[in-house]
Design a protein around this ligand. Structure first.
Ligand SMILES: Cc1cc2nc3c(=O)[nH]c(=O)nc-3n(C[C@H](O)[C@H](O)[C@H](O)COP(=O)(O)OP(=O)(O)OC[C@H]3O[C@@H](n4cnc5c(N)ncnc54)[C@H](O)[C@@H]3O)c2cc1C
Length: 245
């Protein structure tokens, strides 16, 4: 479209996920004072009941490099030891990395080009979740100013995702659901307490899971401390059964 106002530089953040046994070590997020580049390495509970240590902040050139590194993980362990020494006794479940969409500018890059019918929303660095609602409202305003008619749908059907966090009871904790369908009482993934009922729901949902990875993202099966050692065979068989002939 002929715009060259910014360049995305991937800023890698590596993280360590600790086993759920570590969860009781803290009651809230422990966050150091942020600096210009990053808010720093923090320790945070996750909605799934783990503890998370991270992230690092490292500018890369390769936009596909989501690998963790020895240096990155070492740095995290050093910072983690300073913040919460007891964490070092806990088991690590997984490590991973993500790339932030950093640019040469400090702020988000949101620009309207009404003559092209185009709004650019980029450079949403590391505050994309917190900023998402505000960004959406702002972009809707830009679109309206550009002349787009924004009419509310007469019937709005919200999309609900199944609860896979720990804020509300999961299916295995709900006798009412289990009475309706005993598969909600049959645990397949014991680490994350994912039931056969939830697996079947994910395999037959509006956008059904078709791969192990799809099933993992929808249910958290394979994400726990055994990383699929115990449940993978049953998940593969369930995927196979659900495939149309
Ligand atoms: C290290 C790091 C730290 C961060 N810290 C914070 C923070 O503290 N606070 C905050 O608010 N934000 C933070 N962010 C930013 C936040 O994570 C992102 O802004 C947010 O996740 C973006 O959400 P999204 O749904 O747009 O995209 P994503 O979360 O990237 O989701 C896109 C999904 O689409 C899938 N996908 C991609 N291509 C395809 C395809 N072709 N077909 C099917 N699926 C596809 C991807 O697998 C992915 O699951 C951080 C980001 C990083 C990397």
């Amino acid at each position: 479209l002929g715009h060259h106002e910014f360049t995305i530089t991937p800023r890698r953040g590596e993280l360590i996920v600790y086993d759920k046994f570590s969860r009781s070590l803290i009651n809230h997020i422990i966050l150091p004072v942020p600096n210009k580049i990053t808010k720093g390495v923090l320790i945070s509970p996750t909605v799934y009941g783990n503890l998370l240590l991270g992230p690092t902040a490292e500018d890369l050139t390769d936009k596909t490099n989501t690998a963790t590194s020895e240096a990155g993980l070492q740095l995290l362990l050093e910072k983690g030891r300073e913040i919460l020494p007891d964490l070092m006794q806990e088991e690590i479940t997984a490590t991973y990395a993500g790339l932030r969409a950093a640019t040469e500018h400090k702020d988000y890059q949101i620009r309207s080009h009404p003559e092209q019918g185009y709004v650019c929303v980029g450079g949403i660095r590391s505050t994309g979740v917190s900023g998402a609602m505000g960004i959406a409202v702002y972009v809707a305003e830009l679109l309206a100013e550009a002349g787009l008619a924004l009419n509310a749908k007469p019937i709005f059907q919200p999309v609900y995702m199944p609860n896979i966090g720990e804020a509300t009871p999961r299916p295995y904790q709900r006798p009412d659901l289990i009475a309706q369908n005993p598969d909600y009482g049959r645990i397949v993934c014991h680490c994350e307490k994912v039931t056969r009922g939830e697996i079947e729901d994910a395999l037959h949902s509006v956008i059904p899971a078709q791969t192990l990875d799809g099933l993992r993202r929808r249910t958290r099966a394979l994400q726990g401390r055994c990383q699929g050692f115990n449940c993978q065979a049953e998940l593969v068989a369930a995927l196979d059964e659900a495939k149309p002939d």
